[in-house]
Design a protein around this ligand. Structure first.
Ligand code: NAD
Length: 366
């Protein structure tokens, strides 16, 4: 059996605490004997700065390039807030995303039945919710040129950013979304502002063309981004997969995330282009940050990190059965009433970070 190589970059704050529970699950999968993960640890963020004077060394970057998948905890914290821009912990994460060319950001918003009441929306609106937002991550207005702040001849200042997308950038992110939709509910919403932006017109045309040529079995609908924001809080269950650009995806994925109740429950995946063998560079991480306010107390919720590993099983290793197994174990733990502090509800049993890890392992049958 060829081992699958995982680079684990636990990072700062609660990163190592939540990642520890993932390592226990990986050890369990290895012990089952059906799969072999070869795990290597590395530093990213503030801990890397403390050890090496940089938030990510070239050596660790190379290991990330070579690994089958990278699992990341979280980076940052007040200790490093005053470092120069290039040394800040977040630069390590940004370099990983940039050098690995991770252009597709997958942000599922999934509501576990047991937590449906934790949403700020009415329970019936979110119960059973399962939306996947696919955000373009390396193009658009956050990177477009020209950009900057300039002083005009009349002394006024002007800030400039440019929304720019090429056909190949649109087609490759749309292809990821169509493929996901094919494995899910066969429904894709493509979101832009074609009513006021030429880049949106091009986006709509290219997605339509790709759908007709390669994915006629997927029901494709187009929606303006402002309407999508409204629909996400009006009737979120109408969506299956949403594909959108960097800026709109930034906003819409946070909006969809909060439908589910807690930051401690939200996983994500960032994928690069497929090579000749179909393998994509990939990085999996919880949506939450390093939570310095609770770091070191053993109370952080490890489920977002565990669900990120489930995404890794599904998308990097095509291990849908194992991903289902882990997600089902997490669901069973929540149904049994075990909760970390962030998702605590009346009548539930409060558990620590490792207590949640114990419960998930027990539900897996360890
Ligand atoms: P945060 O996500 O770290 O925390 C926000 C709030 O949610 C805090 O009250 C925290 O205690 C709580 N929380 C987050 N994750 C939790 C979990 N797993 N279990 C229980 N509670 C949880 O965001 P922040 O406070 O804005 O940022 C803290 C640091 O993290 C900053 O340095 C920021 O730059 C960094 N950050 C890193 C990432 C990343 O690594 N991808 C993302 C966001 C923020």
């Amino acid at each position: 059996m060829t081992p699958k190589s995982l680079l684990i970059l636990a990072g700062d704050g609660i990163g190592p605490e939540v990642m520890e529970q993932v390592k226990r699950v990986i050890t369990w999968f290895n012990a089952k004997g059906k799969v072999s993960f070869k795990v290597e640890d590395g530093l990213v963020g503030g801990c890397s700065y403390d050890a090496h004077g940089t938030p990510l060394t070239d050596e660790t970057m190379q290991k990330a390039m070579d690994a089958d998948a990278v699992l990341l905890g979280a980076v940052g914290g007040p200790k490093w807030d005053n470092l120069p821009f290039a040394a800040k912990p977040e630069r390590g994460l940004l370099r990983l995303r940039k050098d690995m060319e991770l252009f597709a950001n997958l942000r599922p918003a999934f509501v576990f039945d047991a937590l449906a009441e934790a949403s700020t929306l009415k329970t019936e609106l979110v119960r059973g919710l399962d939306v996947m937002i696919v955000r373009e991550l390396t193009g658009g207005v956050y990177f477009g040129e020209p950009r900057g702040i300039e002083t005009l001849p009349n002394g006024e200042r002007r800030g400039i950013n440019t929304q720019v997308y090429t056909t190949s950038e649109i087609v490759r992110i749309a292809e990821v979304a169509f493929e996901l939709a094919a494995k899910r509910g066969k429904k894709l919403h493509s979101v832009e502002k074609a009513n006021v932006m030429e880049s949106g017109v091009l986006w709509r045309e290219e997605v339509t063309k790709l759908g007709a040529a390669k994915h006629p079995d997927i029901k494709l609908e187009h929606m303006y981004a402002d309407n999508c924001a409204m629909q996400l809080v009006r009737n979120p269950k109408q969506f299956d997969v949403i594909v959108t650009d960097n800026l709109f995806g930034d906003l819409l994925s946070d909006c969809a995330a909060m439908l589910t109740g807690s930051l401690g429950m939200l996983p994500s995946a960032s994928l690069g282009a497929a090579d000749a063998s179909g393998k994509r560079r990939a990085l999996y991480e919880p949506v939450h940050g390093s939570a310095p306010d609770i770091a070191g107390q053993g109370i952080a919720n490890p489920l977002a990190c565990l669900l990120s590993f489930a995404m890794c099983l599904r998308y990097s290793f095509n291990m849908a059965a194992e991903a289902d197994q882990l997600e089902t174990a997490i669901k069973a733990v929540l149904d049994s009433g075990k909760r970390t502090a962030d998702i605590m509800q009346p009548g539930a049993t409060k558990v620590s970070t490792s207590g949640m890890g114990d419960a998930v392992l027990a539900a897996l049958g360890a």
